[in-house]
Ligand binder design. Structure first.
Ligand SMILES: NC(=O)c1ccc[n+]([C@@H]2O[C@H](COP(=O)([O-])OP(=O)(O)OC[C@H]3O[C@@H](n4cnc5c(N)ncnc54)[C@H](OP(=O)(O)O)[C@@H]3O)[C@@H](O)[C@H]2O)c1
Length: 328
């Protein structure tokens, strides 16, 4: 990072207590220390008293209370910002709605319900960011839209589509056009620990471990060591010209390769099996089918995509060694 790049600056991070925002803040907290605290850090949370928020405060981040539903709290959080990292999320809202179908409008799926709220959050971030005269760069954590890239073929992966819709709102806002870039984060290296019901290998009766997913096992997918690499990617986007879409991949692996590495680290035998549609749990069948189709699609986006230099990549193998990631 160039000396003085952030001199007198203020980096504001949304989703500060989460996997992504927390990793970005911890990266910049180290940078700030290395640069004699020549720039400041601010993180948004709904609860500054939480353990995660307190830990960030101890690391030198000014944690402020705010809610993505409350645009006035965003105006306050963005006051004086020179750089913003923005993340939005509908996964938790969607899973909540699967347990509370009474939240849903007639004919609305949990994914559509969550995406509508996420889009509302995105609109408020755009509105607040556009009003910050000091802002130099804003990086949004997006995802590619299956609906767009399949030209309507896969129309129900709302939690991915909404990220592209939010990115479009940023691009359409005149005040932000020369300030905005996107990072598309790959599958977290930690997903098996964070979402074991989807990604964790399952021990079978004969003692070996199996992953049965509704995705092709031999198609490489981007894997991201978020804690180690996301801060680097965001810093690179803060320094680059705007208008970049960067795929955040520490390494590209097929699920079969991922599983072999996982087995090596845990010293167990593993097999990958492509689950049939019939096996997928009732109610998630459509979601999983369309998600897997979109991920396995051979279509290529013509977005400007740049790969970060190999020197800052952290392989899944390194991640597994250092995280002590063992059988879940
Ligand atoms: N898992 C993967 O492999 C993967 C890969 C690429 C992208 N993604 C995407 O990453 C996103 C999730 O990011 P993450 O893993 O960092 O999430 P996370 O760890 O679940 O954290 C969510 C964050 O959002 C904040 N938040 C939630 N609702 C809020 C609201 N109304 N106002 C203000 N802040 C709010 C929370 O802050 P407080 O609770 O402190 O307020 C928390 O910091 C998802 O949209 C997912 O699609 C995931």
């Amino acid at each position: 990072m160039a000396q003085n790049r952030y001199d007198g600056g203020l980096v504001v991070v949304l989703g500060a207590t989460g996997v992504q925002g927390g990793a970005v803040l911890r990266y910049f907290a180290q940078e700030s220390k290395a640069l004699s605290h020549s720039f400041r850090l601010r993180g948004l949370t709904r609860d500054p008293t939480s353990d995660a928020a307190q830990a960030l405060s101890r690391a030198g981040v000014k944690m402020v209370k705010g809610d993505l539903d409350d645009v006035s709290s965003l105006h306050q959080a963005f006051e004086g910002a020179t750089h913003i990292f923005a993340n939005t999320d509908s996964n938790r809202i969607m899973w909540d709605a699967t347990r509370h179908p009474e939240y849903l409008a007639q004919g609305q799926s949990p994914a559509e319900y969550g995406a509508a709220i996420e889009k509302r959050h995105g609109a408020k971030i755009v509105e607040a960011a556009a009003a910050v005269p000091t802002l130099r760069r804003i990086v949004y954590s997006g995802l590619a839209s299956p609906r767009r890239w399949s030209e309507g073929g896969y129309s129900k992966v709302a939690m991915f589509d909404v990220k592209e819709e939010i990115a479009d709102m940023f691009r359409a806002r005149r005040e932000l056009q020369r300030k905005f870039s996107v990072v598309m984060v790959g599958f977290y290296a930690s997903d098996a620990a964070l979402m074991p019901e989807v990604y964790a290998p399952e021990k079978l009766l004969d003692g070996h471990y199996e992953v049965a997913m509704h995705m092709a096992g031999d198609v490489p997918v981007p894997i991201a060591d978020v804690e180690t690499d996301l801060g680097n990617w965001v810093a690179a986007l803060f320094q680059a010209d705007p208008g970049v879409v960067l795929v955040g991949a520490s390494e590209c692996l097929t699920w079969q390769q991922w599983l072999e590495l996982w087995g090596d680290h845990n010293r167990v035998m593993t097999t990958y099996r492509r689950a049939s549609t019939d096996e997928v749990a009732p109610g998630t069948e459509d979601f999983m089918r369309r998600l897997s189709k979109s991920l396995n699609s051979s279509r290529r986006s013509d977005l400007r995509v740049e790969w970060i230099t190999p020197s800052i990549r952290h392989s899944f193998d390194q991640w597994a060694s250092q995280s002590g990631q063992h059988q879940s």
